[in-house]
Design a protein around this ligand. Structure first.
Ligand SMILES: [Zn+2]
Length: 220
């Protein structure tokens, strides 16, 4: 039997995963087909013909795209960190480490419409540093879920704390929400800024100020 990807689940889960029985598998295929049918009905409800050539395969493509956009549910912090922690040798290395302009794409959980923008993550290590690429992957893990920007910011900060036990963490996100730009108040270009400060980023005014100065304004 060829290896197949478990329809609604991670790339890792498949026929041979101990936790997934054949019965679960069948149920998931059925659920996914229901979802595809639901999208088809949505197209019809909005006034288009779901059987015309251009949109005939759209429901399946939409469900596949949505699974990819929400792949963060299948990721874990342990898998991401995966041992990429490196000891620091001198106290002088306890300076602020900042990764700026991490692009994030997410879906607002209130409208299931995209919001996108940039995330800046900074921390001051205690005795070990985290591989730099891991910061972007942590942001991605939480962004690729149904989110509100406030929680996304907070979750990234707490994951950083859990991953490397730093003296402090700061996260800032500047994002544009399609639910504000395309509908409702229709204010394209308005940017929402959220921040989460933990440890010395909260308690030490100089650290906080340095971080906010470095990350305060979205880059044009
Ligand atoms: Zn929204």
């Amino acid at each position: 039997m060829p290896r197949k990807t478990f329809p609604c689940q991670s790339r890792k889960a498949d026929f041979f995963t101990p936790n997934s029985s054949f019965e679960d598998m069948r149920t998931d295929v059925a659920k996914e087909n229901e979802l595809v049918e639901g999208v088809r009905q949505m197209i019809s409800f909005m006034g288009d013909n779901p059987d015309r050539p251009g949109v005939e395969k759209t429901p399946r493509r939409y469900v596949d795209a949505l699974k990819d956009i929400t792949i963060g549910y299948q990721m874990s912090l342990a898998d991401i960190v995966n041992g990429a922690l490196f000891p620091i040798e001198h106290l002088g290395e306890r300076n602020m480490i900042i990764v700026r302009d991490i692009q994030i794409y997410s879906l607002c959980e209130h409208h299931l419409l995209p919001f996108h923008g940039v995330c800046h993550i900074a921390y001051i290590p205690t005795d070990k540093v985290l591989g730099l690429s891991k910061l972007a992957r942590i942001a991605e893990m939480f962004a690729r879920r149904f989110q509100i920007q406030e929680r996304l910011t907070y979750q990234i900060a707490h994951a950083m704390e859990e991953a490397c036990g730093p003296l402090g963490v700061g996260v800032v996100i500047h994002a544009e929400h399609m639910c504000m730009s395309m509908r409702g108040v229709q204010k394209p270009g308005s940017i929402t800024t959220t921040s989460a400060l933990l440890g010395c980023f909260r308690s030490d005014p100089r650290t906080r100020q340095e971080f906010l100065t470095l990350t305060g304004n979205p880059q044009k």
